[in-house]
Design a protein around this ligand. Structure first.
Ligand SMILES: Nc1ncnc2c1ncn2[C@@H]1O[C@H](COP(=O)(O)O)[C@@H](OP(=O)(O)O)[C@H]1O
Ligand SMILES: O=[N+]([O-])c1ccc(OS(=O)(=O)O)cc1
Length: 304
């Protein structure tokens, strides 16, 4: 049973729109304890597909890939509404929506694609019980940290990151939304041995999208033509998604995301961390990383 502790008021800024609840010591953007109970008791269906990521690991990118697969490469269908309206985000209630996304999910017809950033030990148990398929996308910690920092600057739903140094410290100690990157990637890596989980890496998708999309197709037991596959690769490339208002989040009010501070579709490349980490931070990071990842067989590329 997860321990719901308290609202995490120290992370808030005056304009923060998310209520932050600490569950098992992990800050989550969950409205209330009642909402947490509903999340824990969420009833999954056997044909649900869950997309799980630590924030800034390529969630939006994978959502577009999966929507294109589902719609057999029909770009117009994928442009019906923006990413946030297309698929529910299990644990979140957005201020511009009437209902929590969980309620929207409950009313959706099957098959559903549901996004979550929850760590493996906090996932609703019905997902395991129904043996749902799960796609997990992991991204190297350094680029995740930099991307998450910029996202905190532009998304007023999230706490003020102050400056890069402060955010760096919070990220390393797991005092950010969804907790420790280290625990998240390791928890889901372990879970894949006993559940239907396809564990993918952002850097691999960037390097060879065809190969990675083929893995997804096999996992979903879906066949598509070479022509549609090439269409999916093109439509989900960074440059095309950056120009697409239905994937770049520019249709959201600036009170939620202010792209003039930092665009959501920012760099889209492994290795941008080099522009932010000082030599000292990088050395400290590498030492800490070794300690935190000891015993894990997980390996990441920090550039391609
Ligand atoms: N098609 C794509 N190709 C590569 N990166 C993409 C992408 N679409 C989104 N991203 C990147 O994924 C990150 C957002 O992740 P999420 O969707 O999980 O919030 C951002 O990273 P950067 O801030 O490093 O550019 C964003 O630019
Ligand atoms: O403003 N949004 O659309 C938004 C805000 C937070 C958010 O959560 S996060 O954990 O992915 O940063 C996702 C989307």
């Amino acid at each position: 049973m997860a321990k719901v502790e308290k609202n995490f008021s120290t992370m808030e800024r005056s304009s923060t729109l998310f209520n932050i609840l600490e569950v098992d010591g992990i800050p989550l953007p969950v409205l209330s304890k009642e909402m947490w109970n509903k999340i824990s008791n969420f009833q999954a269906r056997p044909d649900d597909l869950f997309l799980v990521t630590y924030p800034k690991s390529g969630t939006t990118w994978m959502q577009e890939i999966l929507d294109m697969i589902k719609n057999d490469g029909d770009v117009e269908k994928c442009k019906r509404v923006n990413t946030l309206e297309r698929y529910p985000f299990l644990e979140v209630k957005f201020p511009h929506k009437e209902k929590p996304d969980l309620e929207i999910a409950l009313e959706m017809s099957s098959p559903r694609l549901i996004k979550t950033h929850l760590p493996s030990h906090l996932i609703p148990p019905s997902i395991w019980k129904e043996n749902c398929k799960i796609i997990y996308v992991a991204r190297n910690a350094k680029d995740c940290l930099v991307s998450f920092y910029h996202f905190h600057r532009m998304a007023s739903l999230l706490p003020d990151p102050q400056n890069f140094e402060e955010f760096y410290e919070k990220f390393m100690s797991g005092k950010v939304l969804f907790g420790s990157w280290f625990d998240h990637v390791k928890g889901w890596w372990a879970a894949k041995d006993t559940h239907q989980i396809l564990y993918l890496f952002y850097e691999d998708i960037k390097k060879d999208p065809k190969r990675e999309i083929e893995k997804i197709l096999k996992f979903l037991e879906k066949d598509i033509s070479e022509e549609i596959l090439n269409k999916i690769i093109y439509h989900t490339s960074f440059d095309v998604m950056k120009q697409n208002p239905m994937t770049n989040y520019t249709t959201l009010p600036t009170s939620i995301m202010d792209h003039s501070i930092s665009p959501f579709m920012r760099k889209g490349m492994p290795g941008d961390w080099k522009n932010y980490f000082t030599v000292a931070q990088n050395e400290e990071f590498d030492k800490d990383y070794q300690k935190k990842m000891t015993g894990s067989t997980l390996t990441f590329r920090t550039e391609i």
